[in-house]
Write a protein that binds this ligand. Structure first.
Ligand code: COA
Length: 163
């Protein structure tokens, strides 16, 4: 039986912190489906298509991965994809309460699917897509925090939006 995990998130955009969790997860699972939450109600910098494109370029060297999008309940999506686990990264302590709440609700909704938390590499403890976007918006140096082509996409996006 293949051990399949879903790694869900907004990935707006993918960061090296996400890739760190994914690499760690691939040591535990046979396959990881990176699932972008398709949520038209949430404003995002990049379209779902752009996020898929950045993810697929980032996952080139990781054969046991797949990229997909989903809406609705995560556990329903996980069941449809025959996954056994939801993979989440744990960064600073501040992640704990929110992740705990979500994992317990997901368990209540579907007892068959386990949430697996992996601790992020120390370098990524305080990174998030928003903080990276904010630094990039004001011309801060975010090299090394995202893949090089994501860096270029961010620069282009903020240039576009300048008057
Ligand atoms: N490295 C760097 N940043 C990371 C990270 C890591 N390892 N892990 C998470 N992050 C960041 C993300 O970039 C994101 O940053 P942002 O808020 O600045 O954009 C932030 O942490 C939140 O993480 P993310 O995983 O993208 O999204 P989320 O917290 O909005 O959760 C779902 C998304 C998809 C897991 C959740 O909303 C969901 O399951 N939705 C479906 C409905 C559902 O079933 N809800 C639960 C039960 S009711």
């Amino acid at each position: 039986m293949k051990r399949i995990a879903i790694y869900p998130g907004s990935f707006d955009p993918v960061t090296n912190g996400h890739l760190d969790i994914l690499k760690r997860g691939l040591k535990l699972f046979d396959k990881i489906i990176v699932a972008i939450l398709h949520n038209p109600g949430k404003s995002s910098l990049f379209s779902v298509e752009e996020r898929i494109d950045m993810l697929s370029r980032s996952l080139k060297g990781m054969p046991n991965t797949e990229i997909d999008t989903f809406d609705g309940l995560l556990v329903d999506y996980a069941a449809r994809r025959k996954a056994h686990a939801i993979l989440r990264g744990m960064r600073a302590v501040s992640d704990f309460e929110y992740e705990f709440q979500m994992a317990l609700m997901n368990r209540r909704l579907n007892r068959e699917i386990q949430t697996v938390f992996l601790m992020t590499g120390l370098r990524w403890i305080f990174t998030s897509s928003s903080i990276i976007k904010e630094a990039a918006r004001f011309g801060g140096n975010i090299e090394g925090m995202v893949p090089a082509f994501v860096l270029r996409k961010l620069e282009a996006k903020f240039k576009e939006s300048q008057p």
